[in-house]
Design a protein around this ligand. Structure first.
Ligand code: SAH
Length: 347
């Protein structure tokens, strides 16, 4: 295949996606990265959007083989933040000028429909921010209630769209069910974030191509692609981490295929590579998600090991991150950074 021609095509077939993911020569990979950076600039501009994350509970009723929060992991100290703590942290993030708050947790039924609605409503009343929820699979009525309470976005990663692999990774959950939740969330007006993990055991390049095509078919507003990092006390604790290069190639191809979507440069990538954040931002990413989970909880949200920045004070970590973004010549956005697609959301 002629790489230059391929990179200028507006639509890519699965075969072409696989070809790009399999590029090996340094200069070819650099061409792919440059193209992704150009398309990011054309469709999203040069600003980096910020999402302040609050990981408010690490209790989880799921059993994902790769995740340190899985119910069977008795080695981590579990915590739940109170509604007041969550709302106060959200106000603090808003005071720093960040216009999106992500409320993330394990799948934790302790926070019932009304409690989450109360938290959303209270944050919306006292700040001018967009709210993303990342709470796992919950009831359809709950999604509706939270939309009405004021939540704007929902982040539910497809993780892997190979049904066989999905059932291996997730024991009790089904891919069909997960995708159904994503469809439903979209149908009631949420902006959708989804994505997948690169380098899970048994995964092939073919699977990654299918994952990218699935993100396109779901017409997601945000696509998060991060590397697998083994987590202690999980069945995959001794497996190899995902490759940084393959993660970067997957992010770049996702930008080529999806074009006008938000793509974060993830903390997982930054954990595996000293310059992960910068590298991600130069191959198609336009979003970063600074972690504002307060001490002592931030060290206990152990999805994977050695997560970068968990020992730092949240504000200091954020300052460092800001400086790194500015060093590579990118500006920080001071808007909510809503979806680039037509949506029901008011801007
Ligand atoms: N419980 C929620 C969200 C919390 S987990 C949910 O199910 O959606 C957030 C994300 O962390 C997951 O979607 C998964 O993609 C990622 N993750 C979990 N374990 C990981 C690991 N070991 N390496 C890399 N990413 C991981």
């Amino acid at each position: 295949m002629d790489l230059d021609k391929l990179l200028n095509k507006t639509e890519l077939s699965k075969e072409e996606i696989v070809y790009l993911l399999e590029l090996e020569k340094k200069e070819d990979i650099q061409k792919l990265f440059n193209k992704a950076d150009e398309i990011r600039s054309k469709h999203c501009g040069d600003e980096v959007h910020l999402r302040g994350v609050i990981e408010f509970s690490n209790y989880c009723s799921q059993h994902c083989m790769y995740c340190g929060l899985r119910e069977e992991n008795f080695s981590i100290k579990r915590y739940r933040m109170t509604a007041e703590e969550i709302i106060e942290t959200a106000k603090h993030i808003s005071n720093l000028g960040i216009k999106t708050i992500v409320l993330q947790s394990g799948q934790d039924g302790y926070y019932d429909t009304d409690m989450i609605s109360f938290i959303i409503y209270s944050i919306k009343q006292s700040t001018d921010v967009a709210i993303s929820l990342s709470l796992g699979e919950r009831g359809f009525d709950e999604y509706k209630a939270w939309k009405i309470a004021g939540a704007d976005r929902y982040l539910l990663k497809q993780e892997s769209t190979n049904p066989k692999l999905y059932s291996i990774y997730h024991c009790s959950q089904s891919l069909f069910e997960r995708l159904n939740h994503i469809k439903y969330l979209k149908s009631i007006g949420f902006q959708i974030g989804s994505g997948n993990i690169i380098g899970l055991p048994l995964q092939t390049i073919n699977d990654i191509a299918d994952d990218i095509i699935s993100l396109k078919e779901f017409d997601v507003d945000m696509a998060a692609i991060g590397p697998f990092i083994p987590s202690d006390f999980t069945p995959y604790q001794n497996k190899k981490p995902g490759s940084v290069e393959l993660t970067l190639k997957s992010m770049a191809v996702t930008r080529l295929v999806l074009k006008n979507v938000h793509i974060p440069s993830t903390t997982a990538l930054d954990t595996l590579d000293e310059f992960g954040r910068e590298k991600g931002l130069s191959v198609g990413a336009n979003v970063v998600m600074p972690n504002f989970t307060p001490h002592p909880y931030r060290e206990q949200y152990i999805i994977y090991k050695n997560k970068r920045g968990v020992k730092d004070n949240p504000d200091a970590a954020y300052n460092k991150l800001q400086a790194r973004i500015q060093t590579i010549g990118r500006k920080l956005s001071n808007t909510k950074g809503h979806s680039y697609k037509n949506s029901l959301t008011t801007h």
